[in-house]
Design a protein around this ligand. Structure first.
Ligand SMILES: [Zn+2]
Ligand SMILES: [Zn+2]
Length: 353
């Protein structure tokens, strides 16, 4: 333990490898030797921006080995394999006290300015932020436990069950992880949408019942009529009766948000997971007329990490097909260029290499 190489965001489209001090281990903390870290769309969003208050270590999807346990820690041991929860919730605000630290009003989050992330060799955090992982989960897969936990949280918000039909807009990593969780939960039919044929095809290879590139709306077509007509034709084509039980908008596109509502059956639930433009127009009157639900979802709640790890260790979910590249931390510049080029599905960085 002599170096703490870190991938640091220093300006627009610029990261560099810097040497940082090995963090001190306070009471109740553990020191984790980070082995793998997934790169996330939000890391890349930071990377592209120039709104930077300090040189920030990026990364928040990490796993590693406990190297040191602080005073008072009785339930973690040196050598233990763990995933790291990246949110520092205050545990005293009204939301934390009600069991929702994901919407903590004082939340600090790894890799989110000004809190340094986990794309480095050593991280110190509260012992309770580490979740043990069994030997049969590879380090590459361990680097994608955090986004899988987010998909588990989404399934909780939707109360997904095996009798449901599900439509997902967006075949990026989040959409595919939601597909994986839905399949593991035995959801009856999962249909995926994307604007790129190759991504829609991949979703089918990964277990979706159908992968569809929706048609473009013509200039003369009114947006709502277009969405409703398309929904009606799809319901017939896909054999989902009068609509889907659950739809997920994971693309952020306005037209997808409109379709995700129109595709629902009466009483159905749309989960908004994509971050689109701040003001999006959706057919709210349908919520009243057909008693629909729209729910947001953000991060994960207590137990989502453990559930994600359980799904992986029991072999109900295989993340390996999604991890299309790994890079050593020393090549993080190339890794961010590759993430930006969007040719990979999931990139994982090996922090010690
Ligand atoms: Zn992420
Ligand atoms: Zn709080």
């Amino acid at each position: 333990m002599t170096t703490n190489r870190a991938c640091v965001w220093v300006g627009a489209r610029k990261v560099e490898v810097q040497e940082r001090p090995i963090p001190a281990v306070g009471e109740g903390d553990v020191l984790v030797e980070v082995i793998s870290t997934g790169i996330c769309g939000s890391d890349c969003h930071n990377w592209e921006s120039d709104k930077i208050s300090k040189q920030l270590i990026l990364g928040h999807e990490s796993a590693g080995i406990i190297k040191e346990v602080g005073k008072g820690v009785t339930d973690r041991v040196i050598g233990q394999r763990v995933a790291i929860e990246p949110g520092f919730a205050c545990m005293t605000c009204e939301f934390c006290l009600r069991g929702n630290p994901n919407i903590c009003s004082n939340l600090k989050y790894c890799g989110l300015d000004p809190t340094d992330g986990t794309l480095c060799q050593y991280v110190a955090c509260r012992a309770s932020m580490t979740v043990p992982i069994p030997e049969n989960i590879s380090w590459e897969e361990a680097g994608a436990i955090q986004p899988l936990a987010i998909a588990v949280q989404l399934a909780r918000r939707a109360a997904l069950n095996s009798h449901h039909t599900l439509a997902i807009f967006g075949c990026g990593p989040l959409g595919l992880l939601i597909l994986a969780v839905a399949k593991a939960y035995g959801v009856r039919k999962v249909v995926m949408f994307d604007i790129e044929q190759s991504r829609a095809d991949f979703a089918v290879k990964y277990g979706a019942h159908a992968g569809i590139v929706p048609p473009q709306r013509g200039e003369s077509q009114e947006p709502l009529a277009f969405a409703q007509e398309y929904a009606t034709s799809l319901h017939k084509e896909l054999g989902v009766g009068s609509g889907f039980d659950v739809t997920v908008e994971a693309s952020g596109a306005e037209v997808c948000a409109q379709m995700a509502i129109c595709l629902l059956k009466n009483g159905g639930t749309c989960i908004q997971a994509g971050l689109g433009k701040p003001l999006t127009s959706v057919p709210l009157f349908l919520l009243t007329a057909r008693e629909l639900n729209i729910k947001g979802t953000v991060r994960y709640t207590p137990g989502c990490y453990a559930d994600a790890i359980d799904l992986l260790s029991r072999g109900l979910i295989d993340l390996k097909p999604l991890i299309t590249s790994t890079y050593p931390l020393t090549k993080c510049v190339e890794a961010f260029e590759a993430q930006h080029a969007r040719k990979d599905i999931k990139i994982v960085i090996m922090n010690q290499e």
